[in-house]
Design a protein around this ligand. Structure first.
Ligand code: B1M
Length: 210
């Protein structure tokens, strides 16, 4: 019989196929899929978070772990009845106007998903109007904006101002991140939080919805 610890280790080691197979094997042997997610997959990802923060794991490894976690979730998802998965919240994430860098954003999306959030990834190069459209369509609790260029950072402020003008600023929490972005900049433009990396973004979102 496969143990939760083996599932956890497969996530920690970024073993995509193994995480999928072990999770599938556990669910087929009658284990509750939510326990597999909580005690195996998320437990593994939590450890990844600790190691990443401590500098013991690096971005490529975190990406592999996040993929392993998603593969495991996909394997057990069909066995979850009804709406047993209660997303802690909906998050709309995109890069701002003019910015095509999406590696960091994708990582943030993956980590948020692995924490159970429903993530609406609106991709790259989003104008303020596109962010507003996404909020009206998906009713998120949180909007996340990513920027990698100093020249695109001002569009974060522009988008927040557009939310205010549209009268929807108070319906959402806004977080920002990306290499040139800082906590001070986030405060200056009126964001609700700054995520230094994907794990911090996840912790921030968990705090903002709780
Ligand atoms: Co570009 N690029 N790039 N680039 N690129 C940078 C950003 C640059 C710093 C390189 C350099 O000059 N040293 C520089 C910006 C300089 C500046 O603005 N001061 C730069 C430039 C100039 C450009 C172009 C203008 C080059 C040109 O065409 N002349 C051009 C612009 C394109 C555009 O966007 N309009 C361009 C193009 C590209 C590529 C297409 C070739 C490619 C992007 C491919 C892709 O993303 N699909 C690319 C890449 C790969 C980079 C570097 C090398 C790596 C970026 C990356 O993916 N990092 C980058 C140099 C560097 O950063 N060392 C560079 C890994 C990623 C995991 O980290 O994105 O920081 P990062 O995400 C982190 C955190 O920041 C945080 O969490 C992530 C995980 O920990 N985070 C968030 C990110 N978003 C978050 C959101 C959150 C919370 C946390 O909440 C919502």
């Amino acid at each position: 019989m496969v143990s939760f610890d083996e599932v956890k280790k497969s996530v920690l080691k970024g073993q995509i196929e193994k995480a999928k197979d072990l999770s599938a094997s556990l669910v087929q042997s009658g284990e509750n899929p939510l326990n597999i997610i909580d005690d195996g997959l998320i437990a593994g990802m939590n450890e990844v978070g600790i190691k990443f923060k401590a500098g013991d794991m690096f971005v490529p490894e975190v990406i592999m772990s996040a993929k392993a976690m998603s593969a495991g979730v996909d394997a057990v998802k069909p066995f979850i009845e009804g709406d047993e998965i209660k997303a802690p919240g909906v998050v709309v994430v995109g890069t701002v106007k003019g910015d095509l860098h999406d590696i960091g954003k994708n990582l943030v999306c993956m980590i948020l998903e692995s924490a159970g959030f429903k993530v609406i990834d609106i991709g790259v190069d989003n104008s303020a109007e596109q962010f507003i459209e996404a909020v009206k369509e998906h009713h998120p609790q949180i909007v996340g904006m990513s920027a990698l260029l100093t020249t695109t950072m001002p569009f974060m402020r522009e988008t927040i101002d557009a939310f205010v003008e549209e009268g929807i600023r108070d319906t959402i929490k806004i977080i920002v991140g990306g290499a040139p972005v800082s906590r001070q900049f986030a405060e200056e433009i009126g964001a609700d939080g700054y995520g230094e990396d994907a794990i911090s973004a996840r912790d921030l979102c968990v705090n903002l919805v709780s």
